[in-house]
Design a protein around this ligand. Structure first.
Ligand code: ADP
Ligand code: MG
Length: 322
């Protein structure tokens, strides 16, 4: 659990990069920080591993102030993945991943086993990739090695600052899926910075939307869509999403989830029923108005599927990459 209490950062030149941040990141969640360029995302993230210290306020990890503990122990417990991963160019993949375990003086056998395990975890076959040099890898493969390196010493927290934004859409989508799967397996607390709303909707358990150094809203993707706290939230999510959907001209039937056995769900009223031939824009409006997590799709009295924000988000993402 990472808690920000009244955290502000003013740089020496007078730039107020972040202004009075207050939020808690829960253990095991993917917490996405999103907002326009320059809004303070990287500064927020770098304060967690003390690459930057706040000028006001405090940050606690598991109720301990990070300003008081040992900075090296803090950093060993936090993996860090950047957009430009900067693998050491004259070290093999295995050597790159081993850097922190070696600093921690793990045995050679333990390190070798860990390297192979991590390569498997990020989808690179160990015997093929272990001894390659960074220049023998694609951009996506280098990012995977970067993720493996960040996980090497088994940190509790993973910070990812726009880690996939330099990749082509296909590699990016694969890595997003890997992060989701990885999270299912390893249960780290992940703080993920992006300026891409599709990525945020896909990955975030909760999303923290920032603007000009301030937090505008923290909530689940559904909460940001259904109860935006500020017109900026709607502008950043709602309208964008709507614009996208209007251009798709897709029907509920095209995106609904057909794996259902939710017949006669007690909490759903007529507000929560839609016809498969209605547009996904209508589904979006109805979800918003009915404040339900999903709608039942009914045709001739039979339930034929459900449709949720997740189904819609997936559609916008596909369209974006098409
Ligand atoms: N070392 C620094 N000195 C002065 N200003 C900085 C420094 N680092 C970042 N800033 C400024 O702080 C603001 C937030 O930057 P940053 O956190 O990098 O934003 P983001 O990651 O959201 O693009 C920007 O106005 C940026 O120019
Ligand atoms: Mg940044």
């Amino acid at each position: 659990m990472i808690t920000f209490n009244n955290v502000s950062k003013e740089f020496v030149d007078g730039t107020k990069a972040v202004d009075n941040l207050n939020f808690t990141i829960e253990k095991g969640e993917i917490f996405v920080v999103i907002g326009p360029s320059g809004c303070g995302k990287t500064t927020t993230m770098k304060m967690i591993n003390r690459l930057i210290d706040p000028s006001e306020g405090s940050i606690h990890i598991n109720n301990q102030s990070i300003a008081e503990g040992d900075i090296h122990k803090l950093r060993w417990n936090i993996g860090y993945v950047l957009q430009q991963i900067a693998l050491f160019p004259n070290m093999t993949v295995a050597e790159n991943i081993s850097v922190v375990p070696e600093m921690k003086k793990w045995s050679k056998d333990k390190i070798t086993a860990r390297v192979d395990e991590l390569l498997g975890l990020v989808g690179l076959e160990a015997h093929t990739y272990r001894d390659r040099m960074p220049h023998e890898l694609s951009g996506g493969q280098q990012q995977r090695v970067g993720v493996a390196r960040a996980l090497a010493a088994n940190p509790d927290i993973l910070l990812m600052d726009e880690p996939f934004s330099a990749l082509d859409p296909i590699s990016r989508e694969q890595l997003q899926e890997d992060v989701q799967n990885l999270q299912g397996t390893i249960q780290k607390t992940i703080v993920f910075v992006t300026h891409d709303m599709d990525e945020a909707l896909k990955l975030g358990d909760r999303i923290c939307l920032m603007k000009e150094g301030k937090v505008i809203q923290v909530g689940t993707p559904e909460e940001l869509m259904t109860t935006p706290s500020d017109p900026f939230v709607t502008q950043f999510i709602g309208n964008r999403s709507l614009d996208k959907m209007e251009s798709t001209k897709m029907l509920v039937r095209d995106v609904m989830d057909r794996n259902v056995n939710l017949i006669n769900h007690p909490t759903l009223s007529t507000k929560h029923v839609i016809n498969p031939n209605q547009s996904i824009e209508e589904a979006y409006q109805q979800l918003k108005e009915g404040s339900a997590p999903y709608l039942l799709v009914k045709e001739n009295g039979d339930v034929v599927g459900t449709i949720s924000y997740e189904d819609l988000a997936r559609t916008w993402m596909k369209e974006r990459e098409a």
